[in-house]
Design a protein around this ligand. Structure first.
Ligand code: FAS
Ligand code: PHB
Length: 393
């Protein structure tokens, strides 16, 4: 059974949904093919911090009403180490910029609502997705849906299918180069309907390991602990999590922790990963399909958004004027910003986590890195301008 569209979008996570919304708003027909159910996609709890560039993109895509109402603008973050807690004034050291706390779960809900309003075409529970003729002018996708073999003819394919998707796997090994660093630890996350411990985020460097105190609203908190790779979330009942978090926090802060039952627990491995190039013929990689960062720098979702920004503008240019220049330049343009975010996320991860094999020299370097950071306005400016997000253009 043959279907036609201008842009086939593989994957209905934040990248795919936002791409679909922007294209349809600009009159470009598209279809999302998503492997999971809608509820499964909506059940994911992931990112929490969005940069101004992401905020602007969501506003331009007309999906920002709830974000404008509920999003929390943050002007700083705290870093705790050696029992002390110090604030990084992001607003001051980034030249007046801020970030917003607004969860990826909420963004995905807003995107689905907008897609429904525009009667966007999303096929859920598709399987056996295969991409064909991607270097021709007429690529197409085959897949199974509702027990039927289907075919979607298109002009372009946006591979928004995440790290384990089929899009990057379609690149011939002869042209694809990947860069990877797998970290020797993971993050154990906990979500609870409890008031956040502080009105801003607290990143913690402790001899037991990294911790992060974040939030989703004034009544919903998000916490993370560095744990060994392969940690079983069932080995961490709430009581154990709260106790270890208190150990890693400075005493005074630990006393302010309000605990409560967890409503979500998950262990996520940490890696840095970049695939080059991000395009092959008329197939383009977007978001986690092309790169992964450790969440320490709060860059994952924001990089997905900047990829969508670059590719959607390039597709608009092609469909409006036939000019393929921006499409041909997408990979290099996106990779310039991606690598800077990969560097920052790697640097924040090295500075804040316990690396068992780095020994005492490694510990001293980390301590010096943190002491230098708070002794130098230049160092604070470097952290701030990267944390709030480097310019898109
Ligand atoms: P996604 O992985 O979100 O979406 C890809 C979609 O494609 C999925 O819905 C998947 O079902 C679908 N798909 C996959 N293969 C397919 C196929 N063959 N056919 C059809 N569909 C297919 N970032 C942060 O900034 N902070 C965090 O705290 C944070 N925590 C994270 C925790 C975890 C466990 C993970 C995995 C990621 C986390 N991230 C975090 C990063 C995360 O937010 C991503 O950057 C973001 O989800 C990227 O969105 P997408 O590119 O849409 O990829
Ligand atoms: C989150 O709230 O999930 C969060 C915030 C900042 C990070 C990572 C995760 O760096």
């Amino acid at each position: 059974m043959g279907m036609q569209t201008q842009v086939a979008i593989i994957g209905g996570g934040p990248s795919g949904l936002l791409m679909s919304q922007i294209l349809q708003l600009n009159g470009i027909d598209n279809v999302i093919l998503e492997r999971q159910t809608r509820d499964y996609v909506l059940g994911r709890v992931r990112a929490g911090i969005i940069e101004q560039g992401t905020i602007d993109l969501l506003r331009s895509a007309d999906v920002a009403d709830r974000m404008n109402r509920d999003g929390l603008v943050h002007e700083g973050i705290d870093i705790a180490f050696a029992g002390e807690r110090q604030r990084v004034d992001l607003h001051k050291y980034s030249g007046g910029k801020t970030v917003m706390v607004y969860g990826q779960t909420e963004i995905t809900e807003d995107l689905y609502e907008a897609r429904d309003k525009m009667v966007g075409k999303i096929l859920h529970e598709v399987s056996d997705v295969e991409l064909h003729e991607v270097t021709s002018q007429n690529p197409y996708v085959t897949f199974k849906h509702e027990n039927q073999e289907k075919r979607l003819d298109c002009q372009f394919i946006a591979g928004c299918d995440g790290f384990h998707g089929v899009s990057r796997a379609t690149f011939p090994c002869s042209i694809l180069k990947t860069y990877e660093r797998v970290y020797p630890f993971a993050w154990l996350g906990l979500l609870s309907e409890t008031p956040p411990i502080s009105d801003e985020l607290i990143y913690v460097n402790h001899k037991n390991g990294f911790a992060l105190c974040s939030m989703r609203s004034e009544t919903r908190s998000r916490y993370y602990l560095q744990v060994p790779v392969g940690t079983d979330v069932n080995d961490w009942p709430d009581e154990r999590f709260w106790e270890e978090l208190k150990v890693r926090l400075p005493d005074q802060t630990a006393n302010e922790l309000i605990t409560g039952p967890s409503i979500e627990n998950a262990v996520a491995p940490l890696r840095s990963f970049v695939a080059e190039p991000l395009s092959h013929g008329r197939l383009f990689l977007v978001g986690d399909a092309g790169h992964i960062v450790p969440p320490t720098g709060a860059k994952g979702l924001n990089l997905a958004a900047s990829d969508v920004y670059y590719l959607s503008r390039a597709l608009l240019e092609f469909f409006q004027s036939g000019d393929e220049t921006a499409l041909k330049g997408y990979s290099n343009r996106a990779l310039q910003r991606i690598w800077k975010a990969v560097r920052f996320s790697w640097w924040m991860t090295l500075m804040l986590h316990k690396f068992p094999d780095d020994g005492e020299f490694g510990e001293k370097i980390q301590q010096t890195e943190l002491e230098y950071l708070f002794s130098s306005e230049a160092a604070l400016s470097v952290l701030a301008e990267n944390y709030v997000g480097l310019p898109l253009d």
